[in-house]
Design a protein around this ligand. Structure first.
Ligand code: GLC
Length: 457
């Protein structure tokens, strides 16, 4: 063996050791590099739970609710920092009752709540030591509403997630500033690294003081992207996601991370969210393209009217039918629905919204089997019908009562029988090279949803 060969053999023997050292270095050099993210068993279990849950309540609540003009009011009305900082002194939600909120959520058939801990206005709705610009220090109410909610959620078996804004219109250290809030007077210029440290400190508190949480729902990433009306450009600075995500996963392995950045998932994220659009759709202009949908659980967030935060003049309340259809469609796209309400400044949910949630809950009581714990079905969704599946049952939700024959491409499954779920009547069908056709012309259609069950072999 010549010297070169000897050297090569030696190198080959050492190669596995070398790779191991490199892998260890990547894992333990402080940063949990995104590329190395392996969800823990607790995290995978939480993902499975989340995927089965299918329905949650989104809550946008902050001092902005006083002005009754949505959560972007500071930006939209160009309210200066000094002026906006007067708002907390008027915020006194004496009618807030966590028990009532959680009971409402349960009755709606929802399994979790995602609430704004701090929105873009920078005001913290929880007791934080990282700033005194928070509900405990600055409002006459003086109590931590997230604490009350966390305790009640635990009692009633509902999971709690925290929405957390990455962007901030109040703090000087949110600098360089992003695309929004530039008409707000009184914003200073601080250091980005201080801002990152502030966020990490707050997130640590959210992960320490509220027991086991469902996860963190980030928003505002897009503030630092160029936006040409169609696409987001490159992000301009470092959000330190590797450290932030790594910290969350280390502190609470079961906590799921999602980020409303409208792009494909960044490693370290556990679910993917879609804002006001079903996965792959783009009616808003910022919908995530279909080819960027990952293999993690999905969640669509949607408003119950047209606003996230309380908006006094919003009359675009969705009808009960529209809301139930959205829930069904989301499930047909393999996604959860996170349906939003904006509580009023007194802490109450608008009666109209409460009534809609109740109706949805009643519908789910009867038909929840075809929604909870399902996956998207084998028949691709369209405006007239969507399908969900649980084991050997496929549920076709017929949303358009005028359809006489359900047509789709041939479904690559072996069918035992097809039934109208309400009457258990067997329906004529064919499923061959010409496609799938189910004759629903003879059955009574429901105005909201006629459910057809396909039994598979
Ligand atoms: C957008 C809005 C924000 C809202 C969020 C909910 O990102 O900026 O106000 O909280 O959507 O999805």
């Amino acid at each position: 063996m010549n010297l070169n060969n000897q050297k090569r053999t030696f190198q080959m023997k050492l190669r596995p050791l070398y790779l191991l050292i490199v892998a260890c270095f990547c894992l333990f050099n402080g940063k949990l590099s995104a590329q190395n993210y392996q969800p823990s068993p607790e995290n995978l279990e939480a993902r499975a739970w989340f995927q089965d849950a299918r329905f949650g309540l989104f809550v946008h609540w902050g001092v902005y609710s006083i002005l009754g003009d949505g959560e972007w009011v500071m930006n939209n009305q160009n309210i200066s920092v000094e002026e906006y900082e007067k708002l907390p002194s008027f915020f006194n939600p004496i009618d807030f009752d966590a028990k009532e909120w959680v009971a409402m959520v349960k009755e709606a058939g929802m399994k979790y709540i995602t609430i704004t801990s701090r929105h873009h206005d920078g005001f913290s709705m929880f007791d934080t030591q990282m700033t005194d610009y928070d509900i405990v220090d600055r409002t006459p109410y003086g109590k931590d509403v997230l604490k009350a909610l966390a305790e009640e959620c635990r009692k009633q078996g509902i999971k709690l997630f925290f929405y957390y804004s990455l962007l901030d219109w109040n703090r000087d250290d949110y600098f360089p500033r992003g695309r929004t809030g530039n008409g707000i007077q009184g914003r200073g210029e601080g250091k980005w690294e201080d801002y990152i440290a502030f966020m990490k400190g707050q997130l640590k508190e959210l992960l320490t003081n509220y027991g086991e949480i469902g996860g963190i729902w980030f928003d505002g990433h897009w503030d630092q992207n160029e936006w040409d009306g169609k696409t987001f450009g490159d992000v301009k600075l470092d959000w330190h996601y590797d450290e932030i995500y790594g910290m969350i996963h280390k502190m609470q392995p079961q906590a799921l991370i999602g980020n409303n950045h409208h792009i494909g998932i960044i490693e370290g994220e556990d679910f993917q969210m879609f804002e006001k659009d079903l996965p792959g759709k783009n009616t808003t202009g910022w919908g995530t393209p279909a080819d960027q949908i990952g293999s993690v659980p999905l969640e669509v967030c949607q408003t119950i009217n047209g606003s996230w935060g309380f908006n006094l003049q919003d009359r675009k309340h969705k009808t009960d039918k529209e809301l139930i259809h959205y829930l069904i469609k989301a499930a047909g796209y393999g996604s959860n629905l996170l349906l939003n309400v904006g509580p009023m400044p007194n802490g109450k949910i608008q009666p109209k919204h409460k009534a809609s949630l109740k109706t949805m809950g009643a519908w789910l009581k009867d038909h929840g089997d075809t929604i909870y714990g399902t996956q998207k079905g084998p028949i691709p969704p369209n405006d007239d019908f969507v399908s969900t599946q649980k084991g050997k049952s496929v549920f076709v939700h017929l949303l358009n009562p005028n359809v006489k024959v359900i047509h789709a491409d041939e479904v690559p499954v072996r069918i035992k029988g097809i039934y109208d779920m309400k009457t258990n009547t067997k329906l004529p069908y064919r499923n061959d090279g010409f496609g799938l056709a189910i004759d629903v012309s003879k059955i009574d259609k429901d105005a909201i949803d006629t459910i057809i069950r396909i039994e598979l072999r």
